[in-house]
Design a binder for this molecule. Structure first.
Ligand SMILES: Cc1ncc(COP(=O)(O)O)c(C=O)c1O
Length: 411
């Protein structure tokens, strides 16, 4: 393949991204390398995707094996990797039925469409006209992120992602995250679903409180609304449990998962109960690539590796080391508000916007991500070991301290 540089991006790609100058060509574990041989430690993890690091031998082997067998058959027939993956997800979670798709947004789109459909079907059963179905509202939360399709970006609700796309789908409301009183008041007999991230990622790496999720569950039960957990970022072991809901002890009606599930191979899934799934009758929803054998083979090897290598426990241990280490090193550093996280989903909130730190970190050999303007988001692979965690603590603490020093001398 000819050598390409960052400059080509501006000539041939739609300009909806602003990628950095580093163009990786290979990766191994938590490191990526460019053509010149420069190596970076990847603490952005493809935004919570590369759960097993880059090119994990088990996934590579599974993909190679599947690549020699069967790539695609569409949903006109089913296939063995899809059936095995769905069986595993059913065995390991609350779910009884699985809808396979290709991305997080698609999984959420399916979840919200299913909720609307369930409400509509129930209205029809009661003898009302479906076009007049009262129960259609979706409640979401401020600072959420649920995807970029028109329905999921409306559920995301952040102005910066919505501008210029109207008219938007109707019936979606937002109240502050972790504000149970506001949510309770907003959930009525018009609400078909409440969609919530047990841990907001893009919104600033903010965990839900247990009382909030338990309260949502109770209110949804009272009002007859479905509770949807968006675990697209927090799922597949990242927070130290296979899915974050397991540690909260609150079970949703629908759960969405993607990102780390394929650990770099595009796949998404919507998990639900048999009773709810029955409303997605033949032809009512679908996607050409859903259940793709290659994607399912990759996801199967991810689930197997999470268990075989005890990676949820490693995520919990390494996450604790990262948070405690950062807290200790950053104590008293001006401009640091808080270090928080669950497992290997960790945020460092700074007082000031810190997008420029991504470039500064890159120069130090580190790939990081900044979200919500002022939160450094760390999403390393779940296979990470103590030495690398300590290295990131050192590098980041020095970087943040230098920026604090710079800000002080500039002030
Ligand atoms: C919580 C959450 N939901 C949904 C999405 C959308 O997923 P995708 O980009 O795969 O469509 C994301 C992506 O960042 C996410 O973090």
């Amino acid at each position: 393949m000819p050598a390409y540089a960052r400059a080509t991006f501006d000539q041939v790609m739609v300009p909806n991204y602003a990628p950095g100058a580093f163009v990786p060509v290979s990766g191994k574990g938590s490191r990526v390398k460019d053509r010149s041989g420069r190596v970076l430690i990847d603490f952005a993890g493809g935004i919570a995707v590369t759960a097993l690091g880059h090119c994990h031998p088990r996934i590579v082997k599974a993909l190679r094996r599947q690549a020699d067998r069967l790539w695609h058959v569409s949903n006109v027939v089913t296939n063995e990797p899809a059936l095995e993956l769905a069986s595993k997800l059913v065995a390991k979670t609350f779910a009884e039925r699985v809808f396979l798709c290709n991305s997080g947004a698609e999984a959420n789109e399916a979840a919200l469409k299913l909720a609307r459909r369930v409400a509509s079907d129930n209205e029809i059963v009661k003898g009302k006209r479906p076009d007049l179905a009262r129960r259609h509202e979706i409640l979401a939360f401020q600072n959420a992120f649920h995807g970029r399709t028109l329905l999921t970006v409306t559920a995301t609700g952040q102005k910066k992602y919505l501008e210029g796309y109207g008219p938007l789908p109707a019936g979606i409301r937002h109240v502050p995250y972790n504000d149970l009183a506001a949510a309770r008041a907003a959930i009525t007999d018009r609400t078909c679903a409440v969609i919530v991230e047990p841990m907001q990622g893009e919104g600033g790496v903010t965990p839900a409180t247990k009382a909030f999720l338990k309260g949502l569950r109770k209110r949804c039960n009272e009002a007859g609304a479905l509770l949807v957990f968006d675990e697209i970022q927090s799922g597949a072991g990242r927070t130290g449990a296979l899915y974050a809901y397991m540690k909260y002890g609150v079970t949703p009606d629908i759960l969405t998962t993607a990102k780390g599930l394929g650990a770099g191979f595009p796949i998404g899934a919507m998990l639900t109960t048999a009773k709810l799934a029955a409303h997605f009758t033949v032809g009512s929803h679908g996607t050409t690539f859903g259940g793709n054998p290659l994607a399912c083979a990759a996801a199967l090897s991810v689930l197997d590796t999470l268990v075989a290598d005890d990676l949820c426990a490693n995520a919990a241990r390494m996450g604790e080391r990262l948070v405690q280490g950062l807290r200790a090193r950053l104590a008293g550093t001006p401009g640091v508000v808080e270090v928080r996280g669950r497992g290997l989903m960790v945020g460092i909130e700074l007082r000031e916007p810190c997008g420029h730190l991504v470039q500064a970190a890159l120069e130090q050999g580190l790939l990081i991500n900044v979200t919500a303007d002022n939160v450094i988001r760390l999403l390393p692979p779940l296979v990470i070991q103590a030495a690398e965690v300590d290295q990131i603590i050192d590098t980041l603490a020095a970087l943040i301290a230098a920026q604090a020093g710079g800000a002080q001398s500039a002030a």
